[in-house]
Design a protein around this ligand. Structure first.
Ligand code: TYM
Length: 332
């Protein structure tokens, strides 16, 4: 039998996931379990590259873990773990940092954006973050990495790091490929639809959180910025409407032509309400399942403990081989 390809992806626990995280990444992770071996992770070590309040971070890590399960990731079929529980990521990170160039890291747009946003805390972790991301992926020799478009540049760097290591030390790492969906890989802000939807947006109406209740979701969509025309159609320059159509298509499965037909002759008000209701109804089962899971801390603990053990088993084999390849003395 042909061996299954391996999927790896991760999300930062910096609060409830946004609709962007959900449509662009997380909701695609569950169906991949049918075809691939999947490893998913709550990237808490990445989260501390910006200041976090410790008690809040701890809560967010647990709630992100439960949310991933509520989004359909099955901790028995897949490996679902918390990054800081598996120290091999930090070990491999160091080796990969020594195979990453200053110039490469300086070109990362996310580093530039985040340093602008937090000028008082441009720490070394923020700078070397893509090497840790490469370590996450390469520790398992993943074939595919399902992410939104904003992570594409980091992923290309991961491939370059893997390639450089292979050239220096002999073929070892699989070169990971991005797995990016066609519609919804970049969900935009509801208030400034030329910017990506992000939980760090200061305007709460810009961003849908997947645990928002129905009224909040519908209200935020009603306030979404559109344009001065009154035509629901997908066209250059109609960023707000294009974004709403993308979201509507993602949660209903309808294509753009049928959405245009459905709202022909209707105003934006009707369209926005329909999008809001469709999103809220789509997310309802996630909210219900999340409430059930987050109340069962013992079960969550069992799942993340087992997930960490399974992840450790695979990644420690990789690290042992990497240590040997770079010339460290074997301990056993
Ligand atoms: P993070 O936590 O910022 O986002 C998690 C996933 O959500 C996607 N995403 C979006 N997709 C569409 N539209 C949006 N507005 C939007 N906002 C976010 C992201 O592309 C991502 O797929 N560095 C990563 C986490 C990470 C990782 C990894 C990912 C750590 N190690 C290894 C892949 C492989 C991050 O900060 O994602």
């Amino acid at each position: 039998m042909e061996e299954k390809k391996l999927i790896f992806s991760a999300i930062q626990p910096t609060g409830t996931f946004t609709l962007g995280n959900y449509i662009g990444a997380v909701r695609n992770w569950a169906p991949l379990q049918d075809k691939y071996d999947c490893i998913y992770c709550v990237a808490d070590m990445h989260a501390i590259t910006v200041k976090q309040e410790p008690a809040k971070l701890r809560q967010n890590i647990l709630s992100s873990y439960a949310l991933l399960m509520a989004c359909g990731i099955d901790p028995e079929r897949s490996i679902l773990f918390i990054q800081s529980h598996v120290p091999t990521h930090a070990m491999l990170n160091w080796i990969l940092c020594c195979n990453t160039q200053f110039g490469e890291l300086s070109r990362m747009t996310q580093f530039k954006d985040k340093s602008q946003k937090h000028p008082d805390d441009i720490n070394a972790g923020l700078f070397t973050y893509p090497s840790l991301m490469a370590a996450d992926i390469l520790a398992y020799n993943a074939d595919f990495v399902p992410v939104g478009i904003d992570q594409k540049q980091h992923l290309e760097l991961s491939r370059n790091i893997a390639q450089r290591f292979n050239q220096r030390y002999g073929d070892f790492f699989t070169l990971p490929e991005p797995y990016i969906i066609d519609v919804g890989a970049k969900v935009m802000s509801l208030q400034e639809p030329t910017k990506k939807m992000s939980k760090s947006d200061e305007n709460p109406n810009a961003c849908i959180l997947i645990l928002d209740d129905k009224d909040t979701i519908v209200r935020k969509f009603k306030r979404a910025v559109t344009d001065s025309e009154a035509e629901v159609c997908f066209r250059d320059g109609k960023d707000g409407i294009n974004n709403l159509m993308t979201i509507y298509s993602a949660v209903t499965g309808k294509d753009f032509a049928s959405i245009e037909a459905e709202f022909a002759g209707k105003g934006y008000g009707d369209f926005k309400t329909a999008v809001g209701e469709a999103v809220a109804d789509h997310l309802e089962p996630v909210r219900t399942e999340y409430a059930r899971l987050i109340a069962d801390k013992a079960y969550l603990k069992k799942c993340y403990t087992e997930g960490a053990e399974r992840a450790m088993k695979i990644s420690s084999r990789t690290v042992a081989k990497v240590y040997h390849k770079v010339g460290f003395v074997d301990l056993k």
